[in-house]
Design a binder for this molecule. Structure first.
Ligand code: PGA
Length: 250
């Protein structure tokens, strides 16, 4: 049985004070659920959030990770550095990184591998643009993005990875893929993996991301191939994020 997981991506939408308040709110309000939960603060706040989350069941993640293990890479943060602060997860290939910071299939695959090498679980984000959905090429895009990482890193490494399907047109827009639209792509992703390794396909957590809210989480999580969510905007409120976390069917 796959465990469910919700991951909060705080992006660059928080400051030190609001991060402290948010973490305290999550710790105080955390219901006991049979599911996993994690937050991804901006890099700078990771040490402090890591301390606050010690001895809790809330996991810590980063929003990105460097393509190399060490070296002359000004401004980058290596996976081993994240590991020093108990990061369990690192998001790789978020569409905002692909669109605004020139992340390519190659660099996303390198980041994925760096996370794996440091014993961090990569949360590989993939998903189509609005025009790609309208052109009917959603499956092609998702397949290409996924295969780029499988070809580079090997299917075996997906044993220790999470996939987040995030249709770009649904991120931060208030538009959500319907539960059925999301399920269709999640199933497709699982089938692609199954062609390579049946067991990995069955065990891997595939999260949905894109305007997930308490109002739509129940329907999304009821789908057989949706194992949780990568949440942006609604992870910035402890109340909303914990409501999403409590939306799995018992
Ligand atoms: P959103 O962001 O929930 O604000 O749409 C999701 C994401 O970017 O991962």
């Amino acid at each position: 049985m796959r465990r469910n997981l919700v991951v909060g991506n705080w992006k660059m939408k928080i400051n030190q004070q609001s991060a402290q308040k948010l973490v305290d709110g999550l710790i105080d309000g955390l219901p006991s659920e049979d599911a996993d939960i994690a937050v991804c603060p901006p890099y700078l706040y990771i040490p402090e959030v890591s301390q606050r989350l010690a001895n809790t069941t809330i996991g810590l993640g980063a929003q990105n990770v460097a393509t190399h293990v060490e070296g002359a890479y000004t401004g980058e943060i290596a996976a081993v550095m994240l590991k020093d602060f108990n990061c369990k997860y690192a998001i790789v290939g978020h569409s905002e990184r692909r669109a605004n910071y020139a992340d390519t299939s190659q660099t996303v695959a390198q980041r994925f591998q760096q996370a794996i090498d440091a014993d961090i679980i990569p949360v590989l984000a993939i998903g189509e643009l609005l025009e790609e959905r309208e052109d009917g090429t959603t499956f092609d895009v998702v397949e290409k993005q996924l295969n780029a990482v499988i070809d580079f890193s090997g299917i075996e490494n997906f044993k220790k990875a999470v996939i987040a399907y995030e249709p770009v047109w649904a991120i931060g827009t208030g538009l959500t893929a319907s539960a059925e639209q999301a399920q269709e792509v999640h199933l497709f992703i699982r089938q692609l993996l199954a062609e390579k390794n049946q067991q990995i396909a069955e065990n891997i957590q595939i999260l949905y991301g894109g305007s997930v809210k308490p109002q739509n989480a129940v329907a999304l999580f009821a789908m057989p191939d949706i194992d949780g969510a990568l949440v942006g905007g609604d992870s910035l409120s402890a109340d909303s994020f914990l409501k999403i976390y409590s939306s799995f069917q018992k």
